[in-house]
Design a protein. Structure first.
Ligand code: A1LUD
Ligand code: HCS
Ligand code: ZN
Length: 326
């Protein structure tokens, strides 16, 4: 299948969803709410080893809440991360494949049940394979600083991402979701890799932001989006895991910088303390506020809206309800 047809998958979903599709919410957050202990360098990817059934349960909860897109459990699942835990390369690769399989199974199971019911408000969801930034793998909070140091070159970033990307693509997701990209160099690495690997499924690239204006590295979104705009393999670009009160202005900015679809799924507004590995209270927003924000973000031009860390299925239920009112 050609790239244009593949991009249609996402466009069709957006249209079926009434012009704006719903992304799921905080995945690791919901694992923790069920009691998972993930204070670990592998973070949520630990559950791929310890409790895959819980992963499926969380995916089903987000589908039930109205998510049109599931983001897989592979955010912090990396080959070097798994190898450093004593897993073999075969075991590590099979965990990556499993992250996609679990989400696809959840989607298929859910859709099999709801499609027979008349008057349901669901769409057949898409599965987006999560590719967390290099900073996520470092597990030192650098997905919010973008400061990787001078030894981290373009080639190093491509090497870091290459094999995981190949395995995730081979596992058969509908989309790729690059998440919390904090600087221009990594955006460039993602774009070049998609070309080098001739990836035919559509991707989105999302940046984090800590000041509501620039990428965490301080580089302008204008420079970052310049690189992404050149790629026909990237169908959407946006923001994830940044505070919600930054999002409206960032959508307006992105609208001026790109013709691509805009995807936003902010966190609750709490701040990640990368040393203590804890969320710190900050300017927090509840589900009711997300409901109000979601219509504003849609009206500003976002085509994909959801939540990231510290948001839950309740948040997504509220977002889905307000976006799907017809
Ligand atoms: C999105 S952050 C909260 C994920 C966790 C981080 N990469 C860490 O391992 O510390
Ligand atoms: N998809 C990941 C992103 C973390 S920033 C999650 O929701 O846990
Ligand atoms: Zn997040």
């Amino acid at each position: 299948m050609g790239r244009e047809n593949d991009n249609d998958v996402l466009e069709d979903l957006i249209e079926k969803a009434g012009g704006c599709a719903v992304v799921d919410g905080g995945f690791a957050t919901q694992l923790e709410r069920h009691g998972a202990s993930i204070n670990d360098p592998l973070w949520s990817a630990l559950c791929l080893i310890k409790d895959p059934n819980l992963i499926k349960r969380v995916h089903l909860e987000y589908l039930e809440a109205g998510a049109d897109i599931l983001v897989t459990s592979s955010y912090q699942a990396t080959l070097p991360g798994f190898l450093s835990r004593g897993l073999s390369i075969e075991e590590a690769e099979s965990l990556l494949t499993k992250s996609v399989r679990i989400a696809v199974e959840a989607r298929d199971k859910f859709w099999f049940t709801v499609k027979r019911k008349s008057g349901h408000i669901y769409n057949r969801a898409l599965v987006a394979a999560s590719i967390g930034s290099y900073g996520a793998y470092l597990a030192d909070g650098s997905e919010y600083s973008g400061k990787y140091g001078p030894h981290v070159t373009l080639e190093k970033l491509k090497d870091f991402h290459r094999r995981r990307l190949q395995i995730l693509v081979d596992a058969g997701p509908d989309l790729l979701a690059f998440e919390t990209i904090p600087n221009k160099l990594e955006a460039q690495a993602c774009v070049e890799l998609l070309d080098e690997e001739k990836v035919e499924i559509p991707s989105w690239i999302c940046f984090s932001s800590v000041n509501g204006e620039n990428a965490p590295s301080g580089e302008s979104f204008e420079d970052c989006l310049d690189i992404i705009n050149k790629s026909s393999r990237v169908c959407a670009v946006g923001i994830n895991c940044a505070p919600p009160h930054f999002v409206f202005t960032l959508i307006q900015k992105f609208k001026e910088l790109t013709g691509k679809a805009i995807v936003v799924y902010p966190n609750s507004g709490e701040t990640w303390d990368g040393v203590a590995k804890k969320w710190r209270p900050s300017k927090c927003f509840d589900d009711e506020k997300f409901e109000i924000f979601a219509t504003q973000w849609r009206d500003a031009g976002a085509k994909l809206i959801g939540g990231c860390c510290r948001t839950t299925p309740c948040t997504i239920r509220a977002v889905s309800k307000v976006l799907k009112q017809r």
